[in-house]
Ligand binder design. Structure first.
Ligand SMILES: [Fe+2]
Ligand SMILES: [Fe+2]
Length: 173
């Protein structure tokens, strides 16, 4: 799985679609924000963008919009508690609005890209359902990526515990 999550680096077609965004200084700053405790916001965004792009391409959907808006879906340079402190609503409800406004400062968004960013918290916020299949894909992949990211240290801890238990029970020496 790790390999497929990182394979965006070797996919020239994908890179051509997001190159200008990846060169942006503010987008690069997303690397400085811890995300889901184990990753950073840029790596998370690349994971969401690339998995969604791959799915959208297979399904003959607008994969260009999926790649670009997927990369910008969490484009805000604030910590969770700083978003809450703005008193504009909960982090879940407000950060997509922030991300969309920031994205519009650095690129032009088409209606699908806008919907992808604004609706990516569908089912975990008060936002209305996505208008496009592309938005639904990014929203579902975002949740899938979050589960993967949150679960990875648990898997490692669990794996270590199982190995220790095996040794304690004398099944191995
Ligand atoms: Fe988000
Ligand atoms: Fe996200």
């Amino acid at each position: 799985m790790t390999q497929s999550l990182n394979s965006w680096e070797n996919d020239q077609d994908y890179l051509a679609l997001v190159a200008d965004l990846l060169e942006n200084k503010e987008v690069q700053e997303l690397r400085n924000f811890v995300h889901h405790r184990v990753t950073n916001r840029l790596d998370h965004s690349l994971t969401v963008s690339y998995i969604s792009y791959t799915l959208a391409k297979k399904l003959n959907l607008d994969y260009q919009s999926v790649a670009r808006a997927g990369l910008l879906h969490d484009f805000f340079l604030l910590k969770v508690e700083e978003v809450e402190a703005l008193k504009q609503g909960s982090h879940n409800n407000y950060h997509p609005i922030l991300a969309c406004a920031n994205a519009e400062r650095i690129t032009t968004l088409n209606p699908i890209e806008k919907d992808i960013i604004l609706k990516h918290m569908f089912l975990v916020s008060k936002v209305a359902p996505p208008k496009y299949k592309e938005s639904l894909i990014v929203s579902m992949v975002d949740k899938y990526a979050a589960i993967l990211e949150v679960a990875s240290p648990i898997n490692i801890r669990m794996h270590k515990r199982i190995i220790k238990a095996i040794y304690r029970l004398g099944f191995a020496s």
